[in-house]
Design a protein around this ligand. Sequence first.
Ligand code: GLN
Ligand code: ZN
Length: 763
Amino acid sequence: MITSSNLGFPRIGSKRELKKTLEKFWSGKANEAELLNTGRLLRQENWSFQKEQGINHIPSNDFSFYDQVLDTTAMLGAVPHRYGWQDDQVDLKTYFAMARGEKGRVTAMEMTKWFDSNYHYIVPEFEKEQSFRLSSSKVIKEFEEAKQLGIITRPVLLGPVSFLLLGKSKQPGLDPLSLISNILPIYEEVLNQLAGVGAEWVQLDEPCLALNLSYEQRASFGEVYSRLSRVSPRLKLLLATYFGDLLGNLGTVVSLPVAALHLDLIRAPLMLDRILPIVPKTLSLSLGLVDGRNVWRTDLDNAIEAAKKAKEKLGSDRIIIGPSCSLMFSPVDLDLEVKLDKEVKNWMSYAKQKIKEISTITKVLNEGDASAKDALLESRTACAERKTSPRIHKLEIKNALKNISPDMFNRLNPYSVRKVQQEELGLPLFPTTTIGSFCQTDEVRTKRANHRSGKLSQTDYDQFLRTEVEKTIRFQEQVGLDVLVHGESERNDMVEFFGEQLEGFVSTENGWVQSYGSRCVKPPVIFGDVVRTKPMTVDCWQYAQSLTPKPVKGMLTGPVTILQWSFVRDDQPRSVTCRQIALAIRDEVIDLEKAGVKIIQIDEPAIREGLPLRQTEWESYLQWAVDCFRLSSSGVRDKTQIHTHMCYSEFNDIIEAIGKMDADVLSIETSRSQMELLDVFSKYKYPNEIGPGVYDIHSPRIPTSGEMKDLLLKAMEFISPQQLWVNPDCGLKTRSWEEVSPALDAMIAAAKNVRTHIKEHCK
Ligand code: GLN
Ligand code: ZN
């Protein structure tokens, strides 16, 4: 028989129960018992649902109060010294201290993106001769908890090699992988205990196998998995890979002595044909045929066909059907979307629906088409409609794409000619500006929520927004900024705001996925060809500009960021979708210019995180991403100044591509790592203007004008005064007016100081 399986279920709860309880717990409004109880209920609900759907291998230990990598850190007792932990087990207090820090006592561990997803994990920290010991029984407890409910689960562990490779060494010269022999005994102990309490399968996730590995890294898998597979004859190991093709690692992986290997056949469908001829007789294959990273309904016929191919070669007993990766990257339950456009909804599938799809695929393979006639028919109809629907396929945009000419990617003249903008705008040396958003106070949020729920009329809401804009403009005039913004108080989110106005997008009510800890995001869904039907930001800009003689920037989100922070259609390449968005933004840019805008900022904070996992694919990605930005920004006259903004980025390795975007002015997040900035610009001469963020808006600390002046002077070692702008490192929406006011005063003072400094030095 073919087995059905899941690699992980979303833990946030269909109504974000985990978020709510966690935040109550952190603020002291819920006690530990309530938090533990919420966790228990969520696990129980998830397990029971999967059981009802007939899933054979149901995961456990996929639940987490914060992050599965942090759970592994806790399991191994890899708690950094600064948390002062000495107990037997890692308690909740230590766990959350590592995750979030404790005010005035200790900082959090670093957080970074989980591969190419929008999920963030807590980065393990390593030092030489670090000792490890089993310090959490979470995986055992959760297995037993499910067992008591009559469910024998397949516990999930982050594999030891990936755990080390995902961590960071705190000492120069320490290769985290050298610690492998220190952590292996703990993994052996855990496997042994799991076998003892009745586990039959354990899933070991080794996502690093989708990356380029060194010879040593690849070789380590052999040793590690032969040791782990010897722990107990009763325990079968499933090695799970996902997020990409195994390419050069495939040979290594098939020879590992594990019982089953999981492949992501959504990201890498062609891998199946390559692996089937070389699968050893002792190895089962787990086929990831249902997309865990997106919201689309599975084409069941396609999936079944692929599985049949594998079945013919290996026989039913050696086939497992599953999602491409854990379903934690999918929203929970499509049935909760009551307001969603019916037609579009019918093309979609969230975690619960995906579980049903896995179940159906398995059933059909085991019992034939007749066993799931209705489900098959429904899938066929939906997939056929999606292929031809005029809601998705629009001739006008397909033609517009065809008619893009090479000159549309270029400004009329190079920057060296365009740079007279500065004088035209009447800007001083070291012009000061902000990144766009101003404080999103409780009042702003409440009004928006009331407007959404219908409690506040459109007229009253518009009136409120206008007062906000006016307040923001007056504030900036008073502080003495040179280039103003309207403050973005009308935007709930910089991507959703545009998604709601463009055709080809839908917003969901419940499409939440975990971003980190208790934080969730709700990306809009791009289901069809993207068309802009009307100006999106012109009115608002016009109003803001009418209030002041100083230039007000037009504010847009760039095509790559809109793409990156949405669920994207899977029926055409991402690059094509991105071009469509670029054309829509281009039209908006042109309309803004027509309305009289002199400066337009097109934010691209997500450009770096779109980089493919394999470096060999970087160049082609950067090519189309940069092209899309240029397409969106190049429709204006030389006189119109284009800004872009980037943050959260280690931009060192892509700085040349950033230069190729050819924005007149780039503002970037650097204030937390000045040294890196120096490093980049000592090697690469940035050609246009640049505003290295001098005020770290992520911290409540108010910077002094002295330190900001020092940062500017430092930047001047590599960037000429004529090129420098003065600005915070990101939008101010998370800060309060009480913080922003003195911080911007200090920033303006710093700009004035460097102006005087320059005058004196040029005498
Ligand atoms: N203009 C946006 C803001 O100021 C930019 C946000 C971002 O870079 N993430 O909020
Ligand atoms: Zn930013």
